[in-house]
Design a protein around this ligand. Sequence first.
Ligand SMILES: CC(C)(COP(=O)(O)OP(=O)(O)OC[C@H]1O[C@@H](n2cnc3c(N)ncnc32)[C@H](O)[C@@H]1OP(=O)(O)O)[C@@H](O)C(=O)NCCC(=O)NCCS
Length: 165
Amino acid sequence: MLTIRPYDPDRDARAAGILIADTFFEFNLDSFSAEEAEALLGPYLYARSDDPLHQKLIASVIDAPIVWAAEEAGDLVGVLRGRPGRLHSLFVAAEHHRRGIGRRLMDRFEEQCRAAGCRAITLAATPYAVPFYQRLGYRKSTGPRTMTIFGVPGFTTQPMKKRLG
Ligand SMILES: CC(C)(COP(=O)(O)OP(=O)(O)OC[C@H]1O[C@@H](n2cnc3c(N)ncnc32)[C@H](O)[C@@H]1OP(=O)(O)O)[C@@H](O)C(=O)NCCC(=O)NCCS
């Protein structure tokens, strides 16, 4: 059974780091050279490292005011990070795509944003995820933008927005 529950850093940080590293690399970094992709992974490059310093750094970049985890059969299969009114990132493990997990994480986030009094949610979508967010009612709010990730410029994102009813 799939459960959406609050992320617990002590229990989830390592698995979340691996999930984010693998999913980001597979779906969002294909237009970059191997060297650029490694740099864009930042600390996630070391997601499988047993060095406590690597794991501490990864836990610190996952940390956010709101973090939800999707779990199935004891495995972490999705992670959503954000703050009220702003989505930071959303990743679902590749083998679980198109099963409604991303939508369920977003539903929970939107519910929480509404309860906090937010009238809209904004986000910077990866090009890969634009059709997904459109299915959920988000609309492009400007043209594409480029942003810097872990000090590496040139990552394209699409600003999007949804008004909360
Ligand atoms: C984008 C992502 C989170 C979607 O997660 P998911 O669990 O596969 O999405 P869902 O199964 O909940 O899909 C919800 C709806 O979006 C549609 N959808 C999902 N991915 C889609 C895609 N790549 N293209 C077109 N439609 C898509 C689904 O068909 C579904 O539509 P329906 O409910 O009308 O049938 C996932 O593909 C992912 O992790 N991608 C890589 C990382 C990434 O780019 N994240 C976004 C960072 S901003």
